[in-house]
Design a protein around this ligand. Structure first.
Ligand code: PLP
Ligand code: COI
Length: 356
């Protein structure tokens, strides 16, 4: 249960956009709620956050975000149950990861109470925008960027922490087909792959465009030295089921430490599903596809939830995953979403109730 400790000033929107939203046909992240949170960092300290109507912001053309890409974000969701109560999923982990990203990108770390109180106050104010239809939720985007000015290539002296929210449907419109990438790299040892830095996504767009032109929707990144080990996809961690064993790559400098990923690992163990966290070679996956032991592949993330992969491409050849009657992906998705939407007990303490 949240206890607001921060004195957050609220400037209410003059009119609401709620009537313009078609809750039956929600895309992902393209319509926004009435309000947003803004918190400035200046004179060496984070100022008290405030809530204002959702609107464009104005920045100096020399703001460092434009030139040097000093920006990080988080991805979360709010869920509403049939009683109208609002829930988050492991929000303290998002705050922790935001500060891990901040540290790596030389951005000042954000106090936890500003994150939690800002978020819960905003959600209570815009609660009507949280969808109730199965598969829909309110996607929450907390982000921090360099708003300080100047062309000197060094960290800014001013930042903005903001939260914007979008009632959203599924991230993928249909089947997910992925391409195992061998030329381009998403990240490298000693780099920023483990941070949720804006540039990590920008750097993926071109190789992903090439994959989309070939009929795939995501790239599966491989290690940057040999391009032999599966790392993660553009917007989600990757799980592979060979025989009965569910395998995912270990986190490293190069991989985002996904909250969905670690929740799946814990829940799978409790469901009696054998799991392994280890390097997965592309050769092993291709061999398993050829000899019939590759049972499932799926992506896991806040936006993607658990998205089964229908096929993967590698060296100009497509490998189709079998269609099984009962999958780990279905079982784990049900387990995770039942906790998120308050449809089942939560023995893990992952669900966080926003409303009293
Ligand atoms: N990997 C990348 C690159 C992502 O953008 C995301 C989504 O945030 C994930 C993995 C999954 O992380 P999480 O489960 O914490 O959303
Ligand atoms: C999330 O899953 O929350 C993300 O941030 C991924 C993003 C590409 C939508």
């Amino acid at each position: 249960m949240s206890v607001a400790t921060t004195n957050i000033a609220i400037e209410k929107a003059a009119t609401s956009k709620i009537d313009q939203i078609d809750f039956d046909n929600l895309a992902f992240g393209s319509v926004f709620t009435d309000h947003m949170l803004v918190c400035d960092y200046k004179n060496g300290t984070w100022q008290t956050p405030k809530i204002v109507p959702y609107r464009p912001i104005s920045l100096d053309p020399s703001a460092k975000i434009f030139h040097y890409g000093q920006s990080i974000c988080e991805g979360m969701k709010a869920y509403k149950d049939e009683k109208g109560d609002i829930f988050l999923f492991r929000p303290a982990d998002n705050h922790r990861r935001l500060n891990i990203s901040a540290h790596r990108m030389a951005i000042p770390e954000l106090p936890k109470e500003y994150f939690m109180d800002g978020l819960t106050t905003l959600l209570k104010l815009d609660h009507q925008f949280i969808p109730t239809k199965t598969g829909s939720s309110l996607y929450i985007r907390p982000f921090i960027f360099a708003s300080g000015n100047g062309f000197h290539a060094s960290p800014a002296d001013a930042y903005k922490f903001m939260i914007a929210c979008a009632p959203s449907g599924a991230y993928f419109a249909g089947e997910v087909k992925v391409l195992i990438e061998e030329k381009y790299s998403r990240s490298a040892n000693g780099g920023v792959g483990y941070a949720k830095a804006g540039g990590n996504y920008a750097g993926q767009f071109y190789p992903t465009q090439l994959a989309v032109e070939k009929g795939y929707n995501q790239v599966i990144w491989t290690d940057d030295t040999e391009h032999e080990y599966i790392e993660e996809a553009g917007a989600m961690n990757i799980f592979v089921r060979i025989g009965d064993t569910l395998i995912t790559a270990p986190t490293s400098d190069r991989i985002l430490d996904g909250i969905t990923r670690k929740s799946i690992l814990e829940m799978a163990e409790d469901m009696g599903i054998p799991t392994q966290v280890r390097k997965i070679s592309v050769t092993e996956v291709v061999e398993a596809a050829k000899n019939g032991t590759l049972m499932e592949m799926f992506g896991a993330g806040t936006a993607a939830v658990i998205s089964p992969i229908a096929a993967f491409g590698y060296r100009d050849q497509d490998y189709t995953l079998p269609s099984l009657n009962e999958t780990y992906a279905q079982k784990l998705k049900k387990g995770i979403t039942n906790i998120q939407y308050n449809l089942a007990e939560d023995p893990y303490g992952w669900r966080y109730k926003v409303t009293d």
